[in-house]
Design a protein around this ligand. Structure first.
Ligand code: SF4
Length: 367
């Protein structure tokens, strides 16, 4: 089934189906460490207490799937520098609160910099059209889920005072790197990424001998994925399966993929927690160079960025967000969790975003 349909049995009686799924999973469970790589999955898992519904033999870990969390310090610092140099920086709300090396975009705004929150690139373009005397820099973050909307706006045409600083991430190369060094038995793949990319990008899991199931974002979607992974693990299988056929087609969304291809070139990219990953990001194609903030404003930010990199090297790293993003620790292992670091006083990016693991654990995992 390719589209959302009321005839999908899982939609007709989700409570009963969840009970049955839990019964199936709990029947002679095979011990397994299952990793998801999606902030929205973490939110569903934490919100509905799915870990507590599973038998203790099954552990569900969180990987690098929150776009705010994987955005590196350098990109946040660059946006802050540009704002303090007199440009108008616009980006999504969560990004304003992520601490850079010395401060956040919110702090810069409190000091008088022109930093604005938007819900989409279209809002940012509107600001540029309404303020032709200003230079508007859009800090673009996200995965394949949101990149097509950025590409579509660019293809519609941008005002001459509109610039984009890209911190956009391409998921498959990060997956390839992640599975080289990880103690995990199976993966849940993000359904919204697969809506765009199709299932092929997750073939690395299969090739490396890991079962993988593409899942949606309701509690029953996650339970169905766990049940399907358990079946594969018990059978000794390692294949890609799609537990979200009401939204995901094997070939993905060809129109969205073409728009991305028309606008962006693939480039190396820095990921918080994973370092620089070859071919894991996007930069604007040469034909859009008049809107490329990273190139046009390089002289404005390069010296200060170098200074901040030195500051960062000397700083004691108390936040273990990078370790959490690779599934090697959970939030309660961080001494600042629920103490110095809370959603209203975030020390690291994993506590800022609604999709960050620390944020989800703080909000939903009450002791
Ligand atoms: S609790 Fe805060 S400081 Fe600790 S890892 Fe999470 S975001 Fe970083």
């Amino acid at each position: 089934m390719d589209t959302i349909s009321k005839t999908d049995p899982i939609l007709e009686n989700p409570v009963e189906i969840q009970k049955k799924l839990i019964e199936t999973i709990s029947k002679e469970p095979k011990a397994a460490r299952i990793m998801h790589i999606c902030g929205t999955h973490e939110r569903t898992i934490s919100k509905f207490g799915i870990r507590s519904l599973l038998p203790p033999e099954i552990e569900v870990l969180s990987g690098p799937g929150c776009p705010v969390c994987v955005t590196p310090d350098n990109d946040i610092d660059t946006a802050i520098i540009l704002a303090k140099k007199g440009l108008t920086v616009v980006t999504f709300g969560d990004m304003l609160r992520v601490p850079g090396t010395e401060e956040s975009l919110f702090d810069a705004r409190a000091e008088g910099a022109d930093v604005r929150m938007v819900y989409s690139i279209d809002d940012a373009v509107k600001i540029a059209n309404e303020n032709p005397e200003k230079k508007i820099v859009f800090l673009a973050i996200g995965f394949e889920t949101t990149i097509p909307t950025t590409a579509a706006a660019i293809l519609r045409g941008l005002p001459s005072n509109f610039y984009i600083f890209t911190s956009l991430k391409l998921t498959p190369p990060a997956i390839d790197l992640l599975i080289q060094d990880i103690n995990v038995d199976a993966f849940i793949a993000p359904g919204h990424v697969a809506v765009i990319t199709g299932t092929a990008p997750f073939s690395s899991f299969e090739k490396m001998g890991y079962p993988v199931v593409v899942a949606g974002f309701e509690s029953y979607d996650i339970l169905l994925a766990v049940a399907m992974l358990q079946k594969q693990l018990k059978e000794g299988a390692a294949k890609i399966e799609n537990a979200y056929p009401r939204a995901v087609k094997a070939e993905g969304n060809k129109i969205a993929l073409k728009m991305m291809d028309d606008v962006f070139d693939v480039s190396d990219s820095d990921w918080r927690g994973l370092g620089t990953i070859p071919n894991s990001g996007f930069v604007l194609k040469e034909k859009y160079k008049d809107h490329n903030a990273a190139i046009l404003f390089y002289d404005l930010y390069k010296d200060e960025l170098t200074r901040l990199e030195e500051v960062r090297k000397k700083k004691k790293k108390n936040c273990i967000c990078a370790t959490i993003l690779t599934g090697k620790a959970t939030p309660e292992k961080c001494p600042m969790f629920k103490k110095a670091c809370t959603p209203s006083t975030p020390v690291g990016p994993c506590m800022v975003s609604d999709e960050g693991m620390c944020h989800s654990w703080y909000k939903y995992n009450r002791d």
